[in-house]
Write a protein that binds this ligand. Structure first.
Ligand code: MSP
Length: 512
């Protein structure tokens, strides 16, 4: 049985409704999953919610509800968002499920059996919002911030189980050296290495001052630290500990997508827990950047938190998906603004892709009664468009293997530009006037083939628009039966199919 490609998103806290930050990671993971399927891989794609911990317990308390009631209510918003965004996850995990408790207990026991857990006392600071223990260096950093920029931290003194993280300092550094692809982009690996080189203290992995969590096996006075609990979701989701078949088909994960703020948990703690439990490490943790909104940090107190459902209502899911992945290189920070979306819609989508499709299909309707012509002979200009298509497929594939979404989209739009230029230069309207049916047929057939290739390549990014184009081309076989290798077979759109120009795919924004 060949291994599936396994991709994950972080699991989202249920203390609040989803915002564009959550939508971003989920969309990125979906595009990877869809692209891998297009390459012919079997894929397992997991997302879900992080429902335990002090933050959730407190939010519930403030709302006058039980933590599980809060979770049951908020999780619906995340599950619904997946549908709204057209996400193709294979499962949705909630950390309050029984299967997850069993999995966390098992990991805890394995780490304990390895001699890496001991009982002591934690005295120090805790950041409830980030659910993070604050190290000495972090405390100094926090105290050096202006008061209004400081995270709220609390003094904690309680009995606690500790994980011997210090023991893994050298093994981790060695691992990073041997597997530089483990943390991406590469500049993030330097950050992580520096953090580990700075020295690792043993990590508190249980709490006694609240109860909303998974009890420590054998000592239910303690609940397991929410990050120990949450990270384990990646194993639970693929059948750990009992479903050996599912586990061997999917584990190790190929890529954990995370925001830069939670990289340390994924690139330091998580591999250390796994090393201790004797479980293979994920292949890559990829950290993306953060979005500001109209130039400002997104925050509840500023009141500028963007609801992804509203963006989709206004612009549609495909435009939102395209914008997020095209606007900034994956890994870097960026700014979300309406004017930037409108510029992308009008420029790349309406003028670029939309215009190419509508004018081509319009000409086929006008000159060939809507029937895609049969080409008789092709000239070197037609062949150049074919060769560029094949080169674009290869380039996009390489860039997607590097998780460089924006580069892949740039390559794709360069090709769309080339095809639009070919249309202008071939001037089918002049050929029609001259009654040159043979050249006219060859040119329109060539453009349609180029559109076919483009449709397959944009499908992971804009699945609905791709389907629409595919239908407009009059294709009968489903688009999702196509593979990337088919995109290289020039002639994927059959002569004789009846096209339908219909409504424009991406109306310019001021036209709306
Ligand atoms: N529950 C933890 C993750 C546990 S994974 C084992 C968590 N949840 S979260 O809901 O707070 O955040 C989830 C993700 O949203 C993180 O990857 C975070 O980086 C991302 N984002 C939160 N705000 C963001 C932006 N403004 N921009 C981009 N991503 C942002 O952390």
């Amino acid at each position: 049985m060949s291994k599936s490609f396994y991709v994950t998103t972080p699991i989202y806290y249920v203390n609040d409704v989803p915002h564009i930050g959550h939508a971003y990671t989920t969309i990125a993971a979906d595009v990877i999953a869809r692209f891998k399927r297009l390459q012919g891989h079997k894929v397992f794609f997991l997302t879900g919610t992080d429902e335990h911990g002090q933050k959730i317990e407190r939010t519930a308390e403030a709302n006058g509800e039980k933590p599980i009631e809060l979770a049951d209510r908020v999780v619906k918003g995340f599950q619904n968002l997946s549908q709204v965004l057209n996400i193709t996850n294979d499962d949705f995990i909630r950390t309050t499920e029984d299967r997850h408790r069993i999995s966390v207990e098992e990991i805890f026991k394995r780490v304990e059996a390895a001699g890496d857990i001991y009982l002591s006392e934690y005295e120090g600071w805790y950041d409830v919002r980030d659910e993070a223990f604050i190290t000495e260096t972090q405390l100094e950093e926090i105290l050096s911030l202006p008061e209004d920029k400081r995270p709220i931290i609390e003094k904690v003194k309680e009995e606690s189980y500790f994980f011997r993280l210090s023991k893994y300092q050298e093994p981790l550094l060695e691992y990073y050296k041997k597997h530089p692809e483990f943390v991406q982009p590469s500049y993030r690996l330097n950050e992580v290495s520096r953090f580990v080189e700075g020295g690792l203290r043993d990590l508190s992995i249980s709490r006694t001052t609240f109860t909303w969590g998974i009890p420590v096996p054998g000592n239910p006075k303690h609940v397991i630290y929410v990050w120990f609990d949450a990270l384990t979701n990646y194993l639970t989701g693929v059948g750990f500990p009992d479903n050996e078949k599912m586990l061997s088909e999917n584990w190790p994960a190929d890529v954990h997508l995370v925001g830069k703020d939670i990289l340390r948990f994924h690139a330091v703690y998580w591999p250390a827990f796994l090393m201790s439990a004797g479980i293979e490490l994920p292949k890559t943790v990829f950290a993306h950047g953060w979005w500001t909104v109209e130039g400002e940090k997104m925050s509840k107190s500023v009141g500028n938190v963007v609801d992804p459902n509203q963006v989709v209502e206004e612009f549609g899911a495909d435009v939102f998906r395209y914008f997020l992945l095209r606007e900034i290189p994956f890994g870097q920070d960026g700014d979300f603004s309406k004017s930037a979306i409108v510029a992308r819609v009008n420029g790349d989508l309406a003028n670029g892709l939309g215009n190419l499709v509508s004018r081509t299909l319009g000409m086929i309707e006008k000159y060939f009664d809507g029937k895609i012509p049969e080409p008789t002979s092709l000239n070197s200009g037609d062949e150049a468009i074919r060769d560029k298509a094949i080169a674009t497929v290869d380039l996009v594939e390489k860039q997607m293997n590097e998780i460089a979404f924006h580069k892949a989209l740039v390559s794709l739009w360069e090709y769309i530009g080339d095809v639009n230029k070919y249309v202008d230069e071939s001037a089918p309207w002049t050929l029609a006037k001259e009654n040159n049916q043979e050249r006219l047929g060859a040119v329109l057939w060539t453009i349609v083939q180029a559109i076919g290739v483009i449709t397959i390549l944009i499908c992971p990014f804009m699945p609905k628009s791709a389907e629409e184009i595919w239908k407009k081309l009059g294709s009968v076989d489903p688009l999702n039966s196509k593979l990337l290798s088919d995109a290289k077979e020039w002639g994927i759109v059959k002569s004789g199919q009846i096209v339908e120009k219909g409504q424009s795919l991406f109306p310019r924004f001021e036209d709306k």
